[in-house]
Write a protein that binds this ligand. Structure first.
Ligand code: 3UK
Length: 516
């Protein structure tokens, strides 16, 4: 029989209304100082069902979110779950045509968009025939669209719909090796699973914690850190709407004194450089720092610990598993490793034939645990190749050391991470090829001075084409076409590219030039 009454929003939001801390802030916006307490969060999220009903958006239909980290994010996300509508938080840094592709893929009927981001998506809205209602958050006037605040103010609070733990709750998009985003579908029960495992048993989050995740809420990493873990215990999350720079993040750390801080390696690297140039010392309130998205180089962890007195727990998670399943633990940190399986998860390494790999050997990492996604939307072959029954393939190569720790050894495909977010060489190459002077292009990951990977492009010019200013033009072109973080940091013009007999680019040969 299907269990009822397991709507995740009842657990994460409404449950707290009966608690003594009901008037404590659930979310605080850094910068504006706006706050929302638990009781108010329960009321506001309850209004989303009415808002949807008045606009004809029904249960199980999709609502896309292009929303900055602000109080409305949890209202729309949890409110949608209460209504049974499927929220789909999207990366706020994407290019217009990528938004169009995703909105059409998921056939969202509603879109919630921060006023600041409306200009990016507005030009493609006409190309999204399934989209009927656009709710603009913030800004002066919504213009031809609906104003979120007016609409929510006009709505009555309703009780959450009864949902099964196995029922689809929300989707996240993850980019694939062709650059085509995949809709990853998650169920209600997965949210609590990650909170009960990593949140409770690795982070050890408690009601008096203040969490600041510089990793944004649209990213599964940020969603756990900022939206589910604090709400699993009645803690407080600090939200930063702007770009996380060393200056803005340090300002939040000083002002709000979070006890838990979450970031990606690129940010930790930039902050180490920033803090080293400062005379003020320490972050005494910090008790846990976590990193994920890509491997944390050892020297960044050691420097950070020396500067702040707090270790960084490096852990591996994925959009498919929702959060971290392999991690270092408090009191058991070895930099340069991803630690051991998080309680509630099992991991194993297999070779190409599917056989178990012995200690010391290299294999693909497979993971088993109760938070795996149900499938990729409308991609049956990819779903079958990734979700093998209880086991999920990660596409990561790992080695298990003699003392049982896991060491990251790269990907089984050509994908890599920049600032913790996927980049596919193929999609950058496709963007580079749209430049009139470019004949061929190949992109690989190269390491910057911090030991972190960034795209490096090798381009072959068309006969007679000039290479002047090409590097700057290509960087601008990639930023505009596929996403701001994906541009090649280095561009090298070469006479030809290494290829196989069948004409496939041999990217591994180009990778040998490690530094840009
Ligand atoms: C890589 C890492 C080495 C790895 C994520 C925490 O990154 C997250 O999700 P994505 O779907 O990417 C998953 C892939 O990223 N990776 C992540 N963390 C590490 N590689 N060391 C790490 N610590 O290739 C993995 O397969 O974007 C991270 C929580 C939730 C997440 N979704």
């Amino acid at each position: 029989m299907t269990p009822i009454g397991e709507n995740a929003a009842s657990y994460f939001v409404d449950r707290h209304v009966a608690c003594a801390y009901r008037d404590n802030p659930a979310f605080i916006e850094s910068g504006t100082g706006r706050q929302i307490c638990y009781a108010e969060l329960a009321r506001q999220t309850g209004r989303m069902a009415d808002l949807y009903a008045r606009h004809g958006i029904r249960r199980e239909e999709r609502a896309a979110m292009i929303v900055l980290d602000c109080i409305e994010f949890p209202i729309v996300f949890w409110g949608s779950l209460k209504a049974g509508v499927i929220p789909i938080p999207l990366n706020t840094l994407l290019a217009s045509n990528v938004y169009a592709a995703i909105l059409n893929d998921c056939r969202a009927r509603a879109l919630f968009v921060s006023a600041e981001l409306l200009p990016v998506v507005a030009p493609v809205l006409d190309a999204c025939p399934h989209l009927e209602k656009v709710f603009v958050i913030g800004g002066e006037r919504a213009g031809i669209h609906l104003g979120f605040h007016e609409e929510i103010a006009r709505s009555q609070s309703r009780d959450p719909v009864s949902a099964s733990a196995d029922e689809c709750a929300f989707w996240l998009y993850s980019s694939g090796s062709t650059g085509q985003p995949k809709g990853v579908r998650h169920v209600h029960g997965s949210l609590k699973y990650t909170a009960d495992t990593y949140g409770a048993q690795v982070l050890g989050i408690a009601q008096d914690d203040v969490v600041f995740s510089a990793a944004k809420l649209f990213f599964a990493f940020g969603l756990g850190n900022g939206l589910t873990f604090p709400l699993s215990v009645g803690a407080t999350a600090v939200l930063l709407a702007g770009r996380p720079t060393p200056e803005s993040v340090c300002a939040v750390l000083r002002q709000h004194k979070p006890t838990i801080f979450c970031g990606v390696p690129t940010l930790y690297a930039a902050m180490v450089a920033h803090l080293e140039s400062e005379t003020t010392s320490g972050m005494p309130a910090l008790r846990r720092c976590i990193s994920a998205g890509e491997a944390l180089p050892e020297q960044i962890g050691t420097h950070w610990r020396n500067l702040t007195g707090c270790d960084i727990l490096d852990g591996v998670g994925s959009t498919e598993m929702l959060h971290i399943f392999l991690s270092n633990r408090p009191g058991d940190v070895i930099y340069g490793t991803s630690g051991i399986a998080v309680p509630g998860y099992e991991v194993r390494l297999v070779d190409e034939a599917g056989a178990e790999v012995d200690r010391g050997g290299l294999g693909e990492l497979l993971v088993k645990g109760g938070s795996s996604a149900s499938d990729y939307w409308n991609l049956r072959d990819k779903s079958r190749a990734t979700f093998e029954g209880e086991w999920t393939r990660t596409g990561d190569k790992y080695q298990k050391t003699q003392n049982g720790r896991f060491v990251y050894c790269g990907r089984t495909d050509d994908m890599f991470k920049v600032s913790g977010i996927w980049v596919s060489p193929f999609e950058i190459e496709q963007a580079l090829l749209t430049h009139p002077n470019v004949l061929e292009a190949a992109v690989v990951a190269a390491c910057d001075a911090e030991g972190l990977e960034k795209p490096k492009a090798f381009v072959v010019l068309k006969p007679g084409a000039a290479g002047d200013h090409l590097a700057e033009e290509l960087k601008a072109l990639v930023k505009e076409r596929i996403g701001k973080w994906k541009y090649p940091r280095w561009v090298e013009i070469v006479p030809g590219l290494p290829k196989t007999a069948t004409g496939k680019i041999q990217r591994f040969k180009l990778r040998d030039a490690r530094r840009g």
